[in-house]
Design a protein around this ligand. Structure first.
Ligand SMILES: NC(=O)c1ccc[n+]([C@@H]2O[C@H](COP(=O)([O-])OP(=O)(O)OC[C@H]3O[C@@H](n4cnc5c(N)ncnc54)[C@H](O)[C@@H]3O)[C@@H](O)[C@H]2O)c1
Length: 306
């Protein structure tokens, strides 16, 4: 199958590209290298340096490649960045998605997979409601979360009119090798880089804020299963566990043998206090189950210097 991966040179997209190639698919990557690295691009993938905000340039890629399936991962993926300056996030994540969905319908793409967020799309559900399922109301607290709400709806709109089927993944916090430690998302990559430099990492809040985490190989397996299964579904992908910032700090510190303590800084507005995702629907629809615990995933991540 010919698969176009937007954002395929980024952290998650490049792991998916590797797996699709290993499975024998023809892989095309569209990326503007905003946060990507050349070394992430698998040599056997065809690369188009293109900005998804540019409809006419992106149309040339669809014209040249005529993909059977589009896997849309390109985005600006930072809550903090979106709070400081919402325009780039909205341009890329909303208008870029509009272009991808519009062209998918124009060029007869069979299926569109989309990387949304379960980490921040539900806002701050009370602890009693956790882990949340996909029917829980969306409640964006940041422009980034709002951009994913709008992008999901754009995809559903074009799928219903344009003849392709869709699968929206709402990922928990994804981590693993190749995650950018210089970014503002990806706390395991950020903490480990700082600890290795003997610089004290900062935790925003008092350490009790929680996130659900999922190792990148488990994300890859969901994206492989989605090539064959699941039509017009929204699926949470996570372990269903609330993990505190303090726990993540300790896991990384133990692995690196870092003896220091974190700095605690004020909680950042626009970030949610807690989340965990019920991924039982992904098991029912795709047969997906996470295989890597957080402890094992942290070990694997830190063994490979990204
Ligand atoms: N990492 C996570 O924890 C997480 C959680 C939920 C959802 N997601 C989503 O998964 C996707 C991939 O995230 P990631 O963590 O790999 O981040 P990443 O920054 O490594 O990947 C994003 C990719 O998109 C590319 N890109 C950005 N703007 C572009 C544009 N205008 N045109 C073309 N390419 C562009 C970047 O160069 C990069 O390669 C994003 O859509 C993100 O919102 C990530």
């Amino acid at each position: 199958m010919k698969i176009l991966i937007t954002g395929g040179a980024g952290f998650i997209g490049s792991h998916i590209a590797d797996a699709y190639l290993r499975a024998g698919h023809d892989v095309v990557i569209a990326d503007n290298f905003g946060t990507a690295s050349e070394k992430n691009v698998p040599p056997r993938a065809r690369l188009h340096r293109v900005d998804i905000r540019d409809l006419s340039l992106l149309r040339r890629v669809f014209e040249a490649e005529r993909p059977d399936l589009v896997n849309h991962h390109a985005a600006i993926a930072s809550v903090a960045h979106s709070l400081r300056d919402p325009t780039p996030t909205m341009d890329t994540n909303v208008m870029g998605t509009l272009n991808v969905a519009f062209l998918s319908s124009e060029f007869g793409v069979r299926k569109l997979l989309f990387a949304s967020t379960g980490g921040v799309i539900y806002g701050d559900p009370p602890r009693l409601d956790l882990p949340v399922s996909e029917s829980y109301p969306r409640n964006p607290l940041s422009p980034y979360a709002l951009s994913k709400v709008l992008a999901e709806d754009i995809i559903k709109f074009y799928a219903s009119r344009g003849g392709f089927s869709f699968l929206v993944f709402r990922y928990a916090n994804v981590y693993g090798p190749r995650q950018n430690p210089k970014g503002e998302a990806g706390v395991i990559a950020i903490f480990s880089e700082l600890m290795r430099e003997e610089t004290r990492p900062t935790i925003f809040g008092d350490g009790s804020k929680t996130r659900d985490y999922v190792y990148v190989d488990d994300i890859v397996s969901a994206n492989l299963l989605a090539l064959e299964r699941g039509e017009n579904e929204v699926l949470n992908i996570g372990l269903g566990k609330e993990i505190t910032d303090d726990r993540v700090f300790q896991l990384v510190a133990d692995e690196i043998e870092y003896k220091g303590n974190p700095n605690y800084a004020p909680f950042r507005e626009g970030e949610n206090l807690r989340i965990s995702l019920d991924a039982s629907r992904a098991e029912k629809i795709l047969g997906w189950k996470p295989k890597i615990s957080l402890e094992e995933g942290v070990r694997r991540t830190l063994r490979v210097k990204s």
